[in-house]
Design a protein. Structure first.
Length: 318
């Protein structure tokens, strides 16, 4: 029988910060703390930054009563062993046994996974995915991360590397992605790609309201500006969003043909921009997949916003 009063620590590690939270059995975040991540020097410096973030959750050291610790960390990593392999934005850790080191310090169970997998699990346990046994989760922000939930559990694949849906290529001649491939959906439809497409179109459309929003400097245009400009029927923003929706629908149509999930859940920083267009994306599935019933698959917004990493990390602690 589960202890409904059980409190776990969720830790979200990024290239510049560590966010930690206390999370109860209902997925509520009871306390939060945020500290800078240390990315240079000895590997123990990074561990010290994580410990500092956790310590800040408690008024006094004697009040450390942790049932378990879950950690979202940048990949590549091994979720079975908790080893951080070689993350580009965390050079301080190379084949670093993070889970083992955390267990040594805190003497509690520790689980480690990547942020998209963990966020998907949080949605399965406490959020927008609770009603579905199988769903596909995508977080659209600076990049596109994805997770696959099957029977309420993360699908990791053979080595733990499954679920990298953001790096499915949809254009072999497309732009070069940071992963080394061309035409990944991440490099075509994530936040920076939306902004880049708008900047390119502004050179031929000098009267767009986007130029005014950017103070005349089109290099400062962001995906958020595109959304605001679309709301006032700016033609450049409308064209950019039409192309973005086409790309996302084509990609998700392939996901439907591959997995036929019960639902698709969308989160991440760009999800607020996409929120008004979810029905339009679904309508585009009619020509984007061979599945005979694509409109039977809901496309819903994630429950967790900025706290997705903390909640996701906590969700790893079964």
């Amino acid at each position: 029988m589960k202890n409904e009063s059980r409190i776990v620590v969720g830790v979200d590690i990024g290239g510049t910060k560590v966010a930690a939270g206390l999370v109860n059995a209902e997925g509520e975040i009871l306390a939060r703390n945020r500290t800078p991540m240390r990315t240079t020097g000895a590997p123990s410096n990074g561990l010290a930054a994580v410990s500092t973030a956790i310590s800040g959750l408690f008024p006094a050291p004697s009040q450390h009563q942790i049932a378990a610790i879950g950690i979202c960390a940048p990949g590549p990593l091994n979720p079975k062993t908790g080893v951080i392999i070689n993350p580009p934005n965390l050079p301080i850790w190379h084949n670093y046994p993070l889970a083992e080191e955390m267990r040594r310090v805190y003497d509690v169970p520790v689980r480690v996974d990547n942020d998209a997998n963990a966020a998907a699990l949080a949605e399965a346990k406490w959020g927008a995915g609770r009603a579905y046994r199988n769903f596909f989760y995508a977080t659209v922000g600076t990049g596109i991360g994805t997770g696959i939930i099957l029977d309420g559990r993360i699908f990791h694949g053979k080595t733990g590397a499954a679920g990298e849906g953001g790096h499915l290529g949809i254009d072999i001649n497309g732009p070069l992605c940071n992963c080394g491939k061309r035409g990944c959906i991440e490099t075509l439809a994530a936040g920076p790609a939306i902004a880049r497409r708008a900047r390119q179109k502004l050179s031929q459309n000098p009267n767009s309201v986007l130029r005014e929003m950017a103070g005349g400097d089109i290099q400062t245009v962001t995906s958020e500006m595109v959304g605001k400009a679309h709301a006032v029927n700016d033609p450049v923003a409308k064209e950019v969003m039409r192309e973005t929706l086409d790309l996302l629908a084509y990609w998700l149509g392939s996901i439907i043909d591959l997995l036929e999930p019960d639902a698709i859940v969308i989160g991440g920083g760009v999800s607020s921009l996409l929120a008004p267009f979810l029905d339009e994306i679904r309508e585009r599935w009619r020509g984007a997949c061979i599945n005979p019933h694509p409109l039977d698959i809901p496309l819903v917004l994630a429950h967790y916003g900025e706290d997705a990493g903390i909640a996701g990390a906590a969700a790893l602690c079964e």
